[in-house]
Design a protein around this ligand. Structure first.
Ligand code: ADP
Ligand code: MG
Length: 407
């Protein structure tokens, strides 16, 4: 309770972010002010080449600081106050997913390096008017920024790996324990058919599916996937520690026939939903009916059934679907009654039908979501016959932006 209260104080930060929004406004004003002066001087012929260059650099500087601001505002708000759901928004920036503090720090540091390079360039352009000690200090400070950015970037690697070890969960002793993830960080581009073309010979390519027949298409449409994502389009180089053999095996959809579960765990943006849908599509093509919904949607559906006194009937009706997908466990808080409903779902399907569950936190921390009373028994059943797939690394959505800043 005390913890919750303390955690709730994060909302005290919210006005700070709106304050920063006001600062954005100030920068917009500054920008146009500067631009207007530049235009006036150019038109009146009073602009020397050096002046134009300095002015443009100043404008670039203002824009870069504004970029930095928006990153702090959106990224910070998202990380420390409340999630912003931009999923599906056409303007959702690549770097925006649920940015984690590590990524944010590195990005800020690189942004600062960018800004300080612009400043240094300004000094060099106007070298006659710059005192030597300013130049010296400018260069030294710039070097210090570069060094600290490099250190941060370097540390975010081991830090992520450390977090991984700290949170690493293993299923309770089952017939088939999950394999240890192989550390791998290799950012490739997403290209269609990349798997088949680029996968090293040692790793089995995911089996190609026969062209989907009409029934499969009907099942895919009925499954309620939020988007059409294919396993074939999944860039296996991206998430760190992805066990490709496991993925290749799962792609055959035999886990559905075997009534086994799949648990996809990883930080936001590492492709959990993509993989869950991809596996769901494969299951549809293999002849199984599939239903996809987020944990929040499942919660609503089951609560409604319970309120109408037909929870058992609903669970039995869901038996018609050999595969249910529960996306985003842990993203929204769950009260004790709803946690009980999830337990009923998992217990009902145990050794009877399959579940794919995605979560941003390892099973060992599910008590944070479902409460200490419910979580252990549920995790035990879920993980007993389950393939645990751990995805790690930076968000796929943010990776391009990150490398752009670093360049
Ligand atoms: P998560 O559910 O883990 O938050 P998503 O599956 O929603 O992440 O992935 C975010 C976006 O990035 C999606 O558009 C997804 O298709 C894409 N994506 C993520 N990982 C990969 C990958 N390895 N290869 C191709 N696209 C990916
Ligand atoms: Mg997701």
């Amino acid at each position: 309770m005390l913890g919750y209260t303390l955690f709730a104080t994060r909302w005290l930060q919210a006005p700070l972010y709106f304050g920063l929004v006001v600062v954005q406004g100030v920068y917009v004003y500054k920008f146009f002010n500067e631009l207007w002066t530049l235009i006036l001087r150019c038109v009146s012929g009073r602009a020397t080449e050096t002046y134009v260059m300095l002015s443009v650099l100043k404008l670039v500087d203002v824009v870069m600081i504004a970029n930095l601001l928006i990153m702090v505002i959106v990224g910070g708000y998202e990380t420390f106050v409340s999630r912003i759901d931009l999923t599906g928004h056409r303007d959702q920036p690549e770097w925006f997913s649920h940015v984690n503090p590590n990524v944010l720090k590195v990005k800020l540091a690189t942004a600062i390096v960018g800004i300080s390079s612009v400043h240094l360039l300004q000094m060099f352009v106007d070298v006659q008017h710059t005192a030597q000690h300013s130049l010296l200090w400018g260069t030294t400070i710039h070097m210090a920024f570069i060094l600290s950015a490099a250190i941060l970037a370097y540390m975010s690697g081991p830090m992520a790996a450390h977090a991984d070890r700290g949170h690493a969960e293993r299923p309770p002793a089952g017939p088939e324990p999950a394999r240890p993830p192989q550390a791998e960080q290799n950012h490739g581009d997403q290209r269609h058919g990349k798997l088949e073309q680029d996968a090293p010979a040692a790793t089995p390519a995911l089996p190609r599916q026969p062209s989907p027949d009409a029934d499969a298409e009907t099942r895919i449409r009925a499954a309620g996937f939020p988007a059409r994502k294919l396993l074939e389009d999944f860039d296996q180089q991206h998430p760190r520690g992805l066990d490709r053999e496991v993925l290749a095996r799962l792609g055959k959809a035999e886990f559905v026939t075997a009534r086994r579960n799949v648990v996809l765990v990883g930080p936001p943006g590492t492709g959990k939903t993509h993989l869950a849908i991809g596996l769901g599509v494969r299951a549809c093509r293999a002849g199984h009916r599939v239903l996809f919904a987020t944990a929040a949607e499942w919660a609503a559906r089951l609560s409604e059934a319970r309120a109408a006194g037909r929870l058992d009937a609903e669970l039995a009706a869901l038996d018609d679907y050999p595969l249910l997908i529960v996306d985003e466990v842990g993203y929204t808080p769950i009260d004790a009654a709803t946690a009980g409903l999830f337990f009923r779902l998992v217990a009902h399907r145990y050794e009877r039908a399959s579940l794919i569950v995605t979560s941003d936190r390892p099973l060992g921390r599910w008590d944070e979501v479902f409460g200490g009373a419910c979580a252990p028994a549920m995790v035990d059943r879920l993980a007993h016959h389950a393939e645990l797939v751990r995805l790690d690394g930076d968000s796929y959505r943010t990776r391009r932006a990150t490398s752009a800043w670093a360049d």
